[in-house]
Structures are given as C-alpha cells and as structure tokens.
Design a protein around this ligand. Structure first.
Ligand SMILES: Nc1ncnc2c1ncn2[C@@H]1O[C@H](COP(=O)(O)OP(=O)(O)O)[C@@H](O)[C@H]1O
Ligand SMILES: [Mg+2]
Length: 381
C-alpha cells in the first residue's frame, strides 16, 4: 500500500497542505519546528485514529480552528481509495470513504501505517499505559472489531467505577446487589480484550525476538535476546488462550477475581483489577528492560516492538500490495551507525517509507530516496 496524495486542512501547524507522494522512500528535511512530525502524524492518525504523540485529539486541530481534516489516497496495486477523517475540536469526529460518510471506525485498516518515533522509547521506559495503548492500537489495526471491544471495556469500567463510588458513600445492600450485573458486563468485555492481547502478544513474540537480536547483533551475547510477556494481577493460568473457549474461561476468572476483591473495591470506590491495570513486561537477556536497559538498548527494543507490529500487519494481508506505510520520525539520530545501517536495511523492503530528519546527513544512503525540503512548502506558524 502506498499513499499518493495527502491533504491537510487546519491540522496542527498546517492551514492547508496538498502533497503528492510516490512509492519508495521520501525524506522530509527541515529544521526543528517546521512541521515534519505534524505531517507524518496525520497519516498515523488516519491509520489508527489516534496520534502517536498525544492521547487527546484537540492538539491536532490547528489553534483557533474548529476542525482538522486529514485525507489520503491509498493505492493497492491498481486500486485506490480515499480515506478522510474530520477531527472536531467540539463534538464527534467524522469520516468519509471515497467522499461518502461512514462510521469513523470504518476508516481503520484502510491506510495501514506504522510510525517509529522518539516517543516509542516510552514503550520501554514509560508507564504500563503506554504499552497497553500500543498493544490495543495494534489489536484494532489488525482487527477493527477490537475497536468495539475496547470501547465496551472502557464503558463497563466507567459504569462499574461509578457504582463502586456510590456504594462507598452509601453502603446500600439493594444497590450492592446490582454490582453482580456490572461485574459480569465488565468481565465479558475485559475477557474479550485480554484474550485478544494474549494472542497478539503470542504472534508478536518471535518477531520481537528476531528484530531485537538483529538490531543488537554487535551487543554482548547475553544482551541480544528480548522477550515480552503479559502481566496481570488476575491469575489467568487456568486459561489456554489458544483455544476457542478461552474467552468463556477468562470471563469466569475475572468474575472470580472481582468477587474476591469486592470489599476492598467498595472501600476504595474503584475497580482494582482488569485489563486497565495490566502490563507487558519487557526483558533483555534475563533482566527486565525497564530500569536496567541502557538508552541504546531501550531504543532498539522499542524499534523491535514496532517492527514486529509491522511484520504482523504485512503477514495478515497476504497481499504484496497491502504493506503498511512505514514512518520513521527522527529515529536515526538516536542510533549508532551499525544499528542505523541494520534498520535501514530492514525498512528498505517497505513499499513506502516516509522519513523525517532535521539533518539529512544522518539518514543512511540506502534510504535517501526523494528528498522534500519542507521549508519550501510548509508555512510555519
Ligand atoms: N494545534 C496546533 N496549532 C498550531 N500550531 C501547532 C499545533 N500543534 C503544533 N503546532 C506547531 O507545530 C510546530 C511543531 O511541529 P513539528 O511537526 O513537531 O516540528 P518538527 O519539524 O520539528 O517535527 C510547533 O511550532 C508547534 O507550535
Ligand atoms: Mg519532529
């Protein structure tokens, strides 16, 4: 897949941008603050309906504007489709496919894209929420059904928390009996999500290990292997996530975990366990990455996670024209020359690669492709 045209209206620093793009490598070069990241962020947003650097949509709308529009024409071989999303400062976002209005979620999967950016370091060094978001956004990109599962899990959690807060203030047995219903609703959504995450992680594991050992080829032997494993305060060891009955089993496990903690949860007025608290534990060699890995190792692991996601999206489609666009936002500056060259070699296989760099010289020669000087087309505000 490749994007032949990108149009932005009031997105971030752009009031209006219309850009023709080619397959292969394009590098956007400009000094800091010229809108390099803004540009690639817009394609990332179209792909995942979320930005790779902010969790809220509002900063994406140009200051003073009411809405931003991102539109891209995505080519798969001879076929092409135009996907457009309108991000509204107030009110729900909107989407169109080939100019016809659709539900926003239907955009997912039309413009697959994997963004590598300095923020990815947070996957290794940051809070569990960053790893959960990464996993969940990949889950929804692979299978848009999970966008619904995620929304259900969030809604069930909010409603259950509201009830727990009321019970904390007003311990009414009649009210408490309604908690059973919310336990089950929450458990069902939570179980569907946890099953999805487990299976995704199982698919990712060999790719993470493979990319990490390749990127870290010149590291000490004990520092060339990486692992990612799911961690939860709920004990899912009784669930075999490979089987068809995994979700049903997981529902029972979650219901039981909630029952055990009921008193404590009412005392706190909060749901204390569930997918909203889970994590992915990353390790290099036998040691957890967080708190132990060096900067370069952490960065290589973050890249390996994103490359693994890229592999899965490519594998899923089974169609040579359906590779995700690869975005490398300011990543080369962070790597030593060996890792730079190995990364360049890996990503050179992609159908379309968009690179941003403040200093063109740090982009490996293999990846230079066509160079766009953003200072010539973007007006900084
Ligand atoms: N919502 C917004 N409205 C207007 N300007 C914005 C908005 N969000 C970011 N910017 C501007 O975009 C610029 C940063 O662009 P960015 O793409 O991150 O630069 P870089 O080229 O260094 O990657 C900053 O000058 C910032 O003020
Ligand atoms: Mg930038």
């Amino acid at each position: 897949m490749w994007v032949s045209r990108l149009a932005l209206r009031d997105f971030r620093s752009y009031d209006s941008l219309d850009l023709e793009l080619s397959p292969g490598v394009t590098s956007f070069v400009a000094p800091n603050g010229w809108g390099k990241t803004n540009l690639v962020e817009s394609i990332g947003y179209l792909s995942r309906l979320r930005s790779h650097r902010v969790s809220q949509d509002l900063p994406l709308v140009r200051a003073g504007a009411e809405q931003a529009v991102v539109s891209a024409r995505a080519h798969r071989g001879e076929r092409f489709v135009t996907a457009e999303v309108t991000i509204r400062a107030k009110g729900a976002n909107r989407a169109r496919i080939n100019r016809s209005g659709v539900r926003v979620r239907e955009i997912l999967g039309l413009v697959p894209c994997v963004v590598f950016a300095p923020e990815d370091l947070g996957l290794v060094k940051g809070d569990p929420a960053e790893r959960r978001d990464w996993l969940d956004s990949l889950l929804a990109a692979r299978n848009p059904r999970f966008a619904g599962v995620l929304a259900d899990a969030e809604r069930a959690l909010r409603q259950r928390n509201a009830l727990l807060r009321s019970l904390k203030q007003n311990p009414d047995p009649a009210l408490e009996s309604t908690l059973d219903i919310w336990d089950r609703a929450f458990a069902e959504a939570a179980a569907a999500l946890v099953v999805g995450r487990h299976r995704l992680l199982a698919d990712l594991e060999p790719h993470i290990a493979g990319h990490f050992s390749q990127l870290a080829a010149d590291a000490r032997e004990s520092r060339r292997s990486a692992r990612a494993s799911y961690s939860s305060r709920i004990d899912y060891s009784a669930v075999d996530f490979r089987t068809d009955t995994a979700a049903e089993r997981a529902v029972e496990v979650v219901v039981e975990a909630l029952a055990q903690r009921r008193r404590k949860e009412i005392d706190r007025g909060l749901t204390l366990v569930g997918p909203q608290r889970d994590d992915v534990v990353l390790s290099i060699g036998d040691v957890p990455a967080k708190g132990y890995a060096s900067h370069g190792e952490s960065w290589s692991l973050a890249l390996a996670l994103q490359l693994a996601g890229w592999d899965l999206l490519r594998e899923d489609s089974g169609d040579p024209h359906d590779q995700p666009v690869l975005v490398l936002d300011d990543v080369f500056a962070e790597l030593d020359s060996g890792r730079r060259a190995r990364l360049a070699h890996t990503v050179a296989q992609a159908e379309q690669v968009l690179i941003t760099s403040a200093v063109g010289a740090e982009v490996p020669a293999e990846l230079t492709g066509s160079v766009v000087d953003l200072t010539a087309i973007a007006r900084p505000r």
